[in-house]
Ligand binder design. Structure first.
Ligand code: ZN
Ligand code: ZN
Length: 229
């Protein structure tokens, strides 16, 4: 039986998605997982934008207080993470979502505590219909398991169709997502950890945080796989 398990694992092993050399059954090999987390740079604690040196907040966050309280990320939306995210988006890669979720959970250990729960940004309607797979939710599931926090998969719902954000200015993006989400229960006093795959302008996550705070959330932390530098 053990032999069979070992044989099956061997048969399913594929080159690690990050280093493209080490065969692994866990999508990202052990060495790359270990190296992932220390690879950090100074970032804005609020929105995770890269900073030249550690500071309390970046320029835009100082200018306009974002509705979320903190953002944690695995790294910049650049190689190797951009390729990893493309694979996640179009490869229906559950094992990869799990690996990334575990890494995010590890990074978010500071968020453990009572009254905390994990949720994910829901997909746009047409994408959900097209793919039937919300990669953010699968990442959130693994992050929640790692943090031993409850996953509230249906906390957020899309109530309005927002056209794609690509090619829009920051202000247009904000207007574009206004009123796009709703929560169907009270979040009073909760610390909500919101998982998404990529954070670009932050307009979507800002709207999500606004919605959660209006429903009573005490604190909102974004957990994003990658941040556009
Ligand atoms: Zn590797
Ligand atoms: Zn910032």
């Amino acid at each position: 039986m053990l032999d069979l398990a070992r044989h099956l694992r061997g048969a399913l092993a594929a080159p690690c998605l990050i280093c493209a050399t080490v065969p692994t059954t866990a999508v990202i090999c052990r060495a790359c997982r270990r190296d992932f987390l220390p690879r950090t740079r100074p970032r804005c604690p609020r929105c995770a934008a890269p900073l030249p040196r550690p500071a309390a907040a970046c320029g835009p966050c100082l200018q306009e207080d974002p509705p979320f309280d903190a953002t944690l990320t695995l790294g910049d939306y650049a190689p190797p993470l951009d390729g990893v995210l493309l694979a996640l988006k179009f490869g229906h890669h559950l094992a990869l979502a799990r690996a990334l979720g575990q890494l995010l959970g590890q990074r978010a250990r500071v968020c453990k505590g009572s009254g905390a729960l994990v949720t994910a940004v829901p997909l746009a309607f047409e994408r959900q219909a097209e793919r039937g797979f919300n990669q953010a939710l699968e990442v959130a599931r693994a992050a929640a398991a790692r943090l031993r926090l409850p996953l509230a998969s249906d906390l957020l719902v899309r109530v309005r169709h927002a056209p794609p954000q690509e090619g829009l200015t920051r202000q247009q993006r904000q207007r574009n997502v206004r009123g796009a989400f709703a929560v169907h229960r009270s979040c009073r006093g909760l610390h909500v950890l919101v998982v998404d795959d990529v954070m670009t302008s932050g307009a979507t996550l800002a709207e999500v945080a606004r919605t959660l705070k209006a429903a009573g959330a005490a604190r909102v932390t974004n957990l994003v796989v990658a941040r556009t530098p």
